[in-house]
Every structure is written in C-alpha cells, then in structure tokens.
Write a protein that binds this ligand. Sequence first.
Ligand code: ADP
Length: 485
Amino acid sequence: MGQKLRVLFVASEGVPFAKTGGLADIVGTLPQALEELGVEVKVLMPYYGMVKQGKAPTTLIAEDLEVNLGLINHTFNLMAPTDPGAPFYFVERDEFYERSQLYGTPRGDYFDNLERFAFFSGAVLPFCRALDFHPDLIHCHDWQSALAPVYLRHRWGGEDILAGAKTVFTIHNLAYQGLFPRDKYPLLGLDWSFYGIDGLEYYGQINLLKGGINSADAVTTVSPSYSREIQTPEFGCGLEGVLRTRAEQLHGILNGVDYQDWSPETDSLIPAKFSRKDLKGKAASKAALMEAFGLSPDLADAPILAIISRLADQKGFDLVEQVLPQLMKQKLMVVILGTGEEKYHRWLEAEAPKFKGKLGVKIAFNNQLAHLMEAGADMFLMPSRYEPCGLNQIYSMKYGTIPVVRATGGLADTVTPVGDPKTLGTGFVFTDYTAEAFLKAIHTALDAYANKDLWQRIMVHAMTQDFSWKVSARKYLELYKSLVG
Ligand code: ADP
C-alpha cells in the first residue's frame, strides 16, 4: 500500500471544542470518517476561551511560532488536546481568541475579525513547519479560513513544506462572506494585484470568501441542490457569477452526521433509549421535555413541534412569527431553543408568557436540551429561506421526530415528502416561501399525526434513513485523489 494521503483541515470551529453551528459538527466528525478510509488528517483551529476553559485538557506543543503577513506580525503558541484521540491543534493568541464568543456578540461582529482570521490562516505555514507536516491537501472551510488557499497560491509557492499541496474550499453558508473595508487590505500581506475583480475585491470591499473560491483548486458545498442554487441570482448572494466561472470545479457533497452522537439507540443525554423496533422510550423523553419547558400536563396527548436553530432570517423566523398565533389556537405545543439576532430574542421573550404551558422558549445554546428536544418532540420545523445542508432535519428523522421543511438546498435533498405515491415519505415538505404554504404543511402533518398507525409507519420509515459519513467521506476522498493524483 502507498503512503497515506495527508490532509490538513483549517476551520474556525469543531466539536467537541467550540461550536456555533453545523460547521462544527462537520469538522468534528468528517476527519474521523476520512481516517477510517486511510487518510491522515490534522485539524487546525483557534484556541478560543471556551477551548481553554473547556473540559478537555490541552498541552503546549510549540512556542512562539511566527506569522508574517504584511502588517500582522505576531507569534502564537501551538496547543493540542492532552488526550491524543482527536487530531486537533489550536492556535493560541489570547488577544485574538480568548473571548466569550467566536465571531461576535448578538450586537454585531468583533471589530478585528479580519486581523483574527487572517492571522489564523497565516498560521498554516508555521504550523506545518513546526510539525514537519507536509500536507498533500489543505481543506479550508468558510470565510474564516478562506485566506489559506489565497496565501498558498500567492505567497507560499516557494515553501518546501507546502510543495505540491492542493486546496479544497468548502462553503458551508454563502451568506457569510467575510466582508471588510478596503483600507484594511495592507494588513493581509498580499500584493494589490490580487485585490482586483478576479481576486478579493467585491464592490469596493475585501471579500474573503471570494478569495477562497477564486484561489482553491476545488470548491465544494454541502448539498447537491445548494451547489446548483448558489449559481443563481436568488441564492448566489452576489457571488453567483464568480461561482459560475468555477462551475467545473464546484461539487455538492451532502454532509453526513455522526450517529454515535445523534441516535436514540445510543444517546446518553436522553432519559431512555429507543429504536425503530421499540419506540416506548420516546415517551420518557417527551415527558422530560414537557417538564423542561414547563408545558401543561393536560396536553400530554398533543404533539410537540420543535425548533432548534440559530435565530437568523435565513431560518425562516418571519414565517414562524406569522404562523405562531394560528398554531397557538390548536391543541399542540411548540418548543423553541435558539440564540442569535436580538430582534428574535425580544420577540420570543415577549411571546412565551402569552402562551404559558403551550409555548416553551429558551434563548440559549444548550446541547443537552437539543438532544432531549430531538428525542421528545413529535415534529421538527425548518421553514428555511435557504439551507445549505441542515443537520437538524437529519437528526430528527433518526429520533422519529418528523420534519416539516421547505424544499430548499439540503432539506430538499434529505427529506422525501409524505404523499409522494412512490414512497411512504420521511417528512412534510412545502415549496413557496409563504406562511400559508408553511401552515398547510403543518396541518397536513397534524392530520397524519391523528392517524396513529400511519404516523408510526412514517416514524419508523424516517428512522431507517442513513445519512452517516460513510458515503460522503468517500466522495471527499475521491475528490482529494482527483486533485492530488
Ligand atoms: P447552521 O449551521 O446553519 O446553524 P445546521 O442545521 O447545519 O444549521 O446545524 C446546526 C447545528 O447547531 C445542529 O447540530 C444544532 O443542533 C445545533 N444548534 C443550533 N442552535 C442550537 C442551540 N441553541 N442549542 C444547541 N444546539 C444548537
């Protein structure tokens, strides 16, 4: 057998160390799936306050490694988990990363995100040198690490340690582009010739994501539907033209999920395990969920509709806002867990007391509660305006919590509609981005719920779906091999 393929992941979050969204789930699980296919993977991430203070102890690996980028010249210490299980490495520079959040507070982004993440991307070279690690391929994720492919193409060409290294750039969400004022460009240490229309420039600003798309050897996104959608003006967030010029190198690879973490058969965060062969344990989660949200015991027979989400426009909260008054007139319960934009915090905090016992709201990031909600709810709502892949609908299916989703991006690729004559279906799907269409889909789901036999068959069918990493990791490996040769 030949030498192992060596891949470096460069990413701004990853479970179990730091998470704001689906990116962290991917970065936390895809490396292991690749290792099972014989790939050697290392992951580079910032050493945030939450990593430093987290449960996993860390050890100093190397001191005073230098990043030299134009005006950003600092050193960092390289840290790693003391337990060698996870192949993670952390860039420690407290003035940049030791903060309460990763990218900003509900009021807005941190003012120095350009400096923070240019430094992080710049750390790739000293990291590889310190470990004498020659990556065959560098796999970067989202705008926070988009400069690494740019540096590889335009600054690091002569570095032996990176000789021949190819780059893959994965877009987890095209709406977050890393836009910064033009006058910060000298900080990046790049010649102005790379600023232009084929480089990082975007309507007079620096656009890091555009730099990554233009510089990487291959670009991927997290579902086949989203890879097509982002080449259109409706979903392209202004970068559809740039993406179309790279259409040949653009691939849609559906995210996998980690069923060791997200399966009712093994979940240690729920009161009783259950499976499609024995659903009894789900009732214990439903009872615990009702208690956690203070829901009325009189409604025990009624369905619980759950939402776990970043509170952002993308997720369709304007539709939730419009349908909630209608839903609250019916015999059902709604539970919402999320953090994000302040306008939604205020709205939910105002609504919750009006519907005590029927509407439960927690403005928090709480993984344990997220597991309990997946296990205890009956339906899961995702009326997203757009959805690159979406993970919660996939988790929901495994817990027999039937998704009600809008047919966009990864939601369209993972949920088969109940009502399709060829198959039983795994969820309820609507197309138009309107409150009427969303409400109609919920009502269809409620009608099906009333038919216990039908509902149980849909649950069992949803629980048999398999979106584990096996298939997706193989697709990444094929792509890596096609680039590395
Ligand atoms: P996105 O990455 O756009 O936020 P995904 O559906 O791809 O959406 O992934 C969201 C991930 O973050 C899921 O694992 C979900 O359970 C988790 N999550 C989101 N908000 C919360 C929260 N408030 N508490 C706990 N987990 C959350």
